[in-house]
Design a protein around this ligand. Sequence first.
Ligand code: GCU
Length: 670
Amino acid sequence: MNGKWSQLWLKYDSKKECGNAAFLQAVTICGFDENHAVVKNAIEELKMGAQGMLGVAPSISAGGCESDKNGLAIVKVAKQEENILEEGYSLEAKDGTLTLKACDEKGLLYGIFHVLRVVSMEKSLAEVNILCNPSNPLRMYNHWDNMDGSIERGYSGLSFFYENNEIIINERTKDYARLIASVGINGVVINNVNVKQAATYLIDKRYFQEVCRLATLFAGYGIKLFLSLNYAATIELGGLDSADPLEPKVIAWWQGKMKEVFETIPNLGGFLVKADSEGRPGPFTYGRTQADGANMLADIVKPYGGIIIWRCFVYNCTQDWRDYKTDRARAGYDNFIKMDGDYHENVILQIKNGPMDFQIREPISPLLGGLKKTNQMLEVQVAQEYTGHQIDVCYLIPMFKEILNFKTYCKETQDTVADVISGRTMGNKNAGIAAVINTGNDLNWTGNELAAANLYGFARLAYNTDLSAEEILDEWIPQSISTSSQVIEKIKRILLPSRVVYENYTSPLGIGWMVTPHEHYGCSVDGYEYSRWGTYHRADHLGIGVDRSENGTGYALQYHEPNASMYNHMETCPEELLLFFHHVPYTYVLKSNKTVIQHIYDSHFEGVEQVEEMIATWESLKGSIEDSVFESVKARFGRQLYNAKEWRDQVNSYFYRKSGIADEKNRPIY
Ligand code: GCU
């Protein structure tokens, strides 16, 4: 890709001084090895930021830990001293000195980025007094990049990791590492979970040197490199006739392979595996369980400190559900719950937030907190596969907050999803959160400039799950777009409700789907590629929705009480999920006093109006923000409006024809 890519929230252009320059002129470092790669990179970053934003060239010296000099004093402390944990830091400004304390290099790095963030937001360092410890041990981006350069569900150009089956390492790779380290990401998977073509060979000698270079570059920013693994590599790479996890020759092959891999790439964190799903191979083929497969690999990588992240997105995409009892939503739980407690310590089960597949609204997966003795990681999708392809604006952080705050009732206390995946619930350390990420080689990284709020926001939330969706925008907008309070307010007005707006003009009341098959952008009411046995909405002339109560598929009962009962009964089921759990007549009356069919009409008309309002707000920013950003987002808004109208018209006319019930307000339904 030609031209210079954006520095996103690390722009380092000139800022209001706010009394900050004095803090960055002299920097003393105590207790840290200045030659450690992470420390070196942190200092380089500090210099770059101070120079770019404040025109200051900091002097760096090794100082006594009780520095009384004015400026920034960086001090290494023992773990847990002053409540500072691994990868955490504290910052305290007092009498002209800003003291940054951390117990490890990553904490130092994050602390420096915090300082730069404050400067970039034009806030005063003199007022900083904060302790920050990460909420989650693992905070990961998952890239679905293929080695031919394409990206599965990528909406921002091609891969910046691969081209023509070769790995790319250049200046941009370093900028990527800086960007993601600045928001606390500490792990990254660089290839698609569907490991096909050359990606199988990332664990082959042919790529070792390049993978090792990448791993080393990332390690310098506190980031562990992980690879997606092809479960059938014994066959596809090793030439064996089996991938049975209990067969000695299979185990022996993996032992040899992992030895080779970890000896050449010592910084490797481990592997991510998609098995037995959507055509991918797995242990089921050999009559073995998911635990058999995961544990076999985990035992082999254990001596090298490796972990196996095993995805729970295991379902049979060709299943016949015409009996109305078979239900894709049940699959994750049914496939994994029986083996709870059997997964080895260095296995983490990575669970999508919902039981289906990243819809605009889904209930929380009952596996989260359903599993009580197994390491768990949450997987969300920042790439906007079902949420607008980064053409439509959809700020996803409010949804992620809902997911994290959900009470699973797996324990009397500390039972939210945030508790479970942080390790607080079970006291485990192999835990965390991952996002299928939305980057590509577009110069702005995310296609739509506003989609970078999700890239930034996910990571900040992963580091600190207490941040609100609004606080995250209060950080992201001034660093990325403008520090003008008017601009900040207007962009917040666009972004904060945008998830609900998207939901309004697409699929109501938790029904989901209704998208064009394969592409997953644009409306096709009966669409979706795996609907060969009927539609996912189960609408007929009388009603709509899927009965997942005890009388239907029984999915609702997969939750702990009182959630199970709440979802099981129509009256107590949260209305935004009503059609996910129940089949109801179109005339069913909601709490708003509207019928379901009227709700469908109203929300679709309203969704389009809301997009028009968003556009008007955006238009009013002309001249106050960079022209190129203004124009490129404006162009995408034009496409969003078209899309919203398409959805409105298709959904409304479909359900009007099906139900025969007219819109009370008599609006045109095409
Ligand atoms: C969805 C998506 C696929 C992806 C899969 C997964 O089904 O459409 O492209 O491979 O999720 O998460 O593995």
